[in-house]
Design a protein around this ligand. Structure first.
Ligand code: ASP
Length: 431
């Protein structure tokens, strides 16, 4: 079969959260799909968050873990019964998946957190895709389920696994051969396998990335992300009143936006499809006939201002204790520590005796980083901050964003402004 005729579709948790929404997915498949397809799905609704809580409870040896599991199980059984019927074999398959979690819960806590996390949280995607594929079959589609862990191989950095592209490319024929028999393959986003055959995950919201990996490996005709928004917007509609849909974006612009934290697509998604020039459509699942946003190599004439908000930021001010200048060797040491402790540098600046970075508030990582800094440096933190990144900024947009806030840090580049702010009221109350 000509794999060029394959489309890769991704449905996130919100788009399959209820049985009605799964019905909507089935209608979209019926009306919009003109080629064979690989459908990549997330865990349904907020299952990943619930499983995260379960992991935490287990690791802290709290009985609550069992209770959370019971709730997740019940939700899934109700969901599957509503879609496939109360006697359908998918209920047994779900049960087998949840038994895997029960086995872990019965064991004493020995393994590392991130490893256990991946073994447990991945069940969300395995469960949702079982139900979705069975439902599509009942609806008359020539669909099948596939375990993506047989295809996508990663290293063993649990919770942020790195893809082994060479091995994954070699295994993609497993999908191609299934596509000779089936029209639709339903598989999991976000999860993968290490070479030792343990489950890994690609980072939260990683299902978009899975779809991009598969699009790349299959030389897909196009990739489609179905979302509960009209397309890519100029800002988060929950935070800003006047947002507009952007009809076309270049890969380059999309990479910039997602890198700076635009949550609409996972940041690793664009590169693989850009390398193969595969068009990416971000489409509205509530109004599937409407055009969403097309991301391609084409560079549109201009862009409106696009605002990306990163909440819960911290400024880390690092200074040398002997008042020596922060020289290249210090920066080298500091960056090695950022990489080691997975501190993401969202923005940075250095002055004679101090170096400042803006990063996401990850208390345990920051604490480990602080401990590793040793006696040579002092670390001061400024927390409860927001980072606004504005692409294609205008003065008016900047003024309205910073009004009533304390600007702690600002950086202007040709097309991008970064501003770190603190809400004034909060600041005054605390200082
Ligand atoms: N279910 C995972 C999450 O909630 C992955 C995804 O949805 O993309 O992060």
């Amino acid at each position: 079969m000509n794999s060029n005729s394959v489309q890769v579709w991704k449905f996130g948790g919100a788009s399959i959260a209820t049985p009605e929404l799964v019905g909507n997915v089935s209608n979209i498949v019926g009306k919009q799909l003109k080629t064979k397809a690989v459908i990549v799905a997330s865990a349904k609704g907020k299952t990943t968050n619930a499983l995260e809580k379960l992991v935490k409870a287990y690791m802290e040896e709290r009985e609550e873990a069992y209770q959370i599991l019971e709730e997740i199980k019940k939700e899934h059984f109700d969901y599957a019964s509503a879609l496939c019927g109360a006697n359908h074999r998918v209920l047994n398959e779900l049960n087998d998946l949840f038994v895997e979690i029960e086995w872990i819960l019965e064991d004493p806590v020995i393994d590392p957190y991130d490893y256990i996390y991946d073994q447990i949280v991945s069940i969300g995607e395995l469960a949702s895709t079982k139900v979705l594929s069975q439902y599509l079959q009942l609806e008359g589609y020539n669909a099948t389920w596939m375990d993506i862990r047989d295809v996508i191989l990663t290293d063993n950095t649990h919770r942020e696994a790195k893809v082994d592209w060479e091995s994954t490319l070699k295994r993609v024929d497993k999908i191609q051969s299934k596509l000779t028999t089936f029209d639709v393959i339903v598989t999991q986003g976000y999860i993968a396998s290490s070479s030792e055959n343990f489950t890994t995950t690609l980072g939260r919201e990683g299902s978009d990335y899975t779809a991009a990996i598969l699009s790349y490996c299959l030389d897909a005709h196009s990739m489609h992300i179905w979302k509960d928004v009209p397309g890519i917007l100029t800002g988060d509609p929950r935070l800003f009143k006047e947002v507009m849909k952007i009809d076309r974006l270049s890969y380059k612009e999309a990479v910039e936006m997602t890198y700076y934290g635009a949550k609409v697509i996972h940041e690793k998604t664009i590169k693989p499809i850009q390398n193969k020039n595969i068009p990416l459509y971000v489409r509205p699942f509530h109004t599937p006939d409407k055009e969403g946003t097309l991301i391609s190599s084409e560079e549109p004439m201009g862009y409106p201002p696009v605002i990306v908000v990163n909440a819960d930021q911290v400024l880390l001010h690092i200074s040398t204790n002997d008042f020596s200048f922060v020289g290249e060797h210090h920066l080298g040491d500091l960056f090695a520590l950022f990489a080691k402790h997975r501190i993401r540098v969202n923005m940075m600046r250095n002055t004679a005796i101090s170096f400042t970075v803006c990063t996401n508030n990850r208390p345990s990582r920051i604490q480990a980083f602080e401990e590793a800094l040793g006696k040579q440096y002092t670390l001061q933190k400024d927390s409860d901050l927001k980072l606004f990144t504005v692409r294609h900024y205008t003065e008016e947009v900047l003024q309205s964003l910073t009004k009533g806030k304390l600007v702690l840090f600002q950086e202007r580049l040709k097309n991008t402004v970064h501003v770190v702010v603190k809400e004034l009221v909060e600041y005054e109350l605390r200082s």
